[in-house]
Design a protein around this ligand. Structure first.
Ligand SMILES: [Zn+2]
Length: 314
C-alpha cells in the first residue's frame, strides 16, 4: 500500500496553552474534522477515529539530552536507535557518524532495491545545489539518504513542470525569497491537491517541511499560526484527492509547540495517520518511539504484514 510521508520539522504534541502553543490557537478546520473535533495537542493522543489516527511518539529514544534533527530524521529513515549507538543526539546537519547510517540501509534505499518507486517531492532551487557542490552546504539527513539511494532530488525545472512541490507548499517563496518571478504559485488547497496527485505516482514519497522548526527557534507565534493554518488548507486539498494508501504526518522532535523556549523540546511528536482504518491500526500498532516509524512504513508499502488485520482491530 502507498505511503505519503509528510515530515514537519520541530512539531511536538504540547499543552493546551494558547500563551505557548500555536496549536492551541491556530484555526485548523480540516485537521479538526479528521480528528473529530480534536487539535494537535498532547491530550488528543492516542486517538483512532473514522478518518485518522493520532499516536504520541517519543523522539528521545531513551538517550539523554534534547532530540536533534540529524539523528531524529536518520531514525525516521532507518528505524535504528542511532542516538543510543552514538551516545548522543546530533544536529541540525549529520556529522560523519550520523551520515554513516544513511548510506544504504534506509527506507529509500531498501524500497528502491525492492523495486518500489520512491521520491522526495520537494523541488530544490539552484542555490541549494550550488551550496552542496561548493561544499558550503551539507545535505540534511533526508536528502542525504535520498541521494545515497541513487534517487535524484527534484530541481527548479521539475517544480516549473509540476513534478515537484515548493518547500513552502504554495511556491510563493520562489518569487519573494528566491527571485523566480515566474515561478508557479498556487493557493494552499491547490498545493495539497498537487501533493496528493504527485504522491499517487509513487509507492513511497516524502515531503519535507522545515519552516515549522525555524519559527520555533525564532519564537514567532504569529508566523507559526500562519504556517499551520496554511498547512491545514494543504491537508484539506490533499484529502480531497487521496483515495488509496496512508498519509503519515510526523516530526523529528518538538520545538514549535512551546514558544516559551527557542530550543527543541522533550515533547513526544505526533504520528498522525490518515487513510483506511485497518491499515492505520496496523501501522500504529505498538508504536512508541521514533524507531517504530520506518518499520511501519516498510510493512505498509511492502504489504508485508506479520499479523492479520483482524487480530488488530478487535
Ligand atoms: Zn531545530
Amino acid at each position: 500500500m502507498r505511503v505519503l510521508f509528510i515530515f514537519l520539522d520541530g512539531i511536538g504534541l504540547g499543552e493546551n496553552n494558547p500563551e505557548k502553543n500555536p496549536f492551541a490557537r491556530a484555526q485548523m478546520p480540516n485537521l479538526s474534522r479528521l480528528l473529530e473535533g480534536r487539535s494537535l495537542l498532547k491530550i488528543a493522543a492516542p486517538f483512532h477515529g473514522e478518518y485518522a489516527s493520532l499516536v504520541a511518539v517519543d523522539p528521545a529514544v531513551g538517550v539523554s539530552g534534547l532530540p536533534q534533527s540529524a539523528t531524529g530524521q536518520a531514525i525516521l529513515l532507518t528505524g535504528k536507535n542511532i542516538p543510543a549507538e552514538l551516545g548522543y543526539h546530533y544536529g541540525p546537519k549529520p556529522n560523519p557518524a550520523v551520515a554513516s547510517f544513511l548510506k544504504d540501509d534506509t527506507l529509500f534505499a531498501n524500497l528502491a532495491k525492492a523495486g518500489k518507486k520512491t521520491a522526495l517531492l520537494n523541488g530544490y532551487p539552484p542555490r541549494y545545489f550550488h551550496g552542496i557542490d561548493s561544499g558550503k552546504r551539507l545535505y540534511s539527513s533526508i536528502p542525504l539518504a535520498v541521494t545515497n539511494a541513487g534517487i535524484p532530488l527534484f530541481r527548479h525545472e521539475d517544480l516549473f513542470a509540476g513534478r515537484a512541490l515548493s518547500a513552502d507548499f504554495t511556491g510563493e517563496g520562489w518569487r519573494t525569497m528566491l527571485g523566480f518571478l515566474d515561478a508557479p504559485v498556487m493557493d494552499a488547497t491547490e498545493a495539497g491537491r498537487k501533493l496528493g496527485t504527485l504522491a499517487k505516482e509513487y509507492d513511497f514519497s516524502l515531503f519535507e517541511y522545515w519552516a515549522s522548526d525555524y519559527a520555533g527557534h525564532k519564537q514567532q507565534m504569529d508566523e507559526a499560526i500562519r504556517l499551520m493554518e496554511t498547512f491545514d488548507e494543504v491537508l484539506g486539498g490533499l484529502v480531497q484527492v487521496w483515495d488509496d494508501g496512508l498519509i503519515l504526518v510526523t516530526s523529528d522532535h518538538g520545538n514549535m509547540e512551546d514558544m516559551s523556549t527557542r530550543k527543541h523540546t522533550a515533547a513526544h511528536v505526533p504520528a498522525l495517520v490518515i487513510g483506511e482504518k485497518a491499515a492505520r491500526q496496523e501501522f500504529t500498532h505498538g508504536m512508541k518511539d521514533l524507531t517504530d516509524i520506518a518499520p511501519a512504513v516498510w510493512r505498509t508499502v511492502m504489504g508485508d504484514l506479520n499479523k492479520s488485520h483482524k487480530d488488530l482491530i478487535s
